[in-house]
Design a protein around this ligand. Structure first.
Ligand SMILES: NC(=O)c1ccc[n+]([C@@H]2O[C@H](COP(=O)([O-])OP(=O)(O)OC[C@H]3O[C@@H](n4cnc5c(N)ncnc54)[C@H](OP(=O)(O)O)[C@@H]3O)[C@@H](O)[C@H]2O)c1
Length: 253
């Protein structure tokens, strides 16, 4: 299948590790020019850019932004405008996940999680859609939710779970707003991957998690990234507003 990603410009938020990094590499493998957003470490962003250039010979750029801060998001999109003059694909992947039971949770902890995960998704989507509408250009957004949006968790992740549920609803509303403009907005709800965000929980309780997964293993970022890249491509032309479960059967109903 021709995914038709060659020379498309794609922004991946939280692109310097885990699922974000895997997505950056798969997009580049298909010939896309990749903007690798990072927050904590410019060095980690540069490592992904170097790997993309060496392995695939496509253009790549690491750009700092805390996606929960409007000024950072505006500056990131300006940098993309300056460098590439266009953008075709947005992957809203960045996320923050504190661990705390609701009874002990501060308002700050709740608000910060919603700010990064949900407001960050909104801010990046707004800047992306504005540009595409101005330029009368088609495009693709892929939002990263979680199976926790539907099942919640017992281990103290309520604001994260709520933010991921919000991302599912936001996907549907934005998809309805821009469908006629040929901007498709879809969502992926991954199950468990052994990345930094899940490292502590998986180290403590790996077998307990595996026992709940019908296919009996933890997922690899690459297995989720393949679906993300499909949704970012022309292969998914007739899909919008969908949330795709990629959880090894964990979320099956
Ligand atoms: N791992 C799982 O089991 C699992 C399950 C379901 C869904 N997911 C989702 O998959 C996505 C990727 O997570 P992952 O598993 O790859 O974990 P990860 O390696 O911890 O990745 C999270 C990414 O988010 C970035 N990030 C956090 N706060 C940010 C902010 N304020 N601004 C910009 N970037 C920020 C981090 O960048 P910095 O390090 O630079 O802050 C990091 O690159 C997330 O949306 C997560 O919710 C993961």
């Amino acid at each position: 299948m021709n995914l038709n990603l060659k020379d498309k410009v794609a922004l991946v938020t939280g692109g310097s590790g885990g699922l974000g990094k895997a997505t950056c590499l798969f997009l580049a493998a298909e010939g896309a020019k990749v903007v690798v957003n990072y927050r904590r470490s410019a060095e980690r962003g540069d490592v992904v850019v170097k790997e993309i250039k060496e392995k695939f010979g496509t253009e790549a750029l690491a750009v700092y932004a805390d996606v929960g801060k409007e000024s950072d998001v505006l500056a990131m999109f300006e940098k993309i405008d300056e460098t590439f003059g266009r953008i075709d694909i947005l992957i809203n992947n960045a996320a923050y996940c504190p661990t705390c039971q609701v009874a002990d949770m501060t308002e700050q902890m709740w608000n910060h999680t919603l700010q990064v995960n949900l407001t960050g998704t909104f801010l990046c989507s707004r800047e992306f859609v504005k540009r595409l509408l101005d330029r009368r250009q088609p495009g693709r957004i892929v939002n990263i939710s979680s199976q926790a949006a539907f099942r919640g968790s017992t281990t103290g992740h309520a604001p994260y779970d709520a933010s991921k549920g919000g991302i599912v609803s936001f996907t549907v509303s934005l998809a309805r707003e821009v469908a006629e403009k040929n901007i498709m907005v879809n969502c992926v709800a991954p199950g468990l991957m052994h990345t930094e965000i899940m490292d502590k929980a998986l180290r403590a309780n790996k077998q307990k998690y595996i026992d709940r997964i019908p296919i009996r293993r933890i997922g690899r970022p690459e297995e989720i990234a393949r679906v993300v890249v499909f949704l970012a491509s022309d292969g998914s032309d007739y899909m919008t507003g969908a949330t795709v479960d990629v959880s090894g059967g964990l979320a099956m109903r």
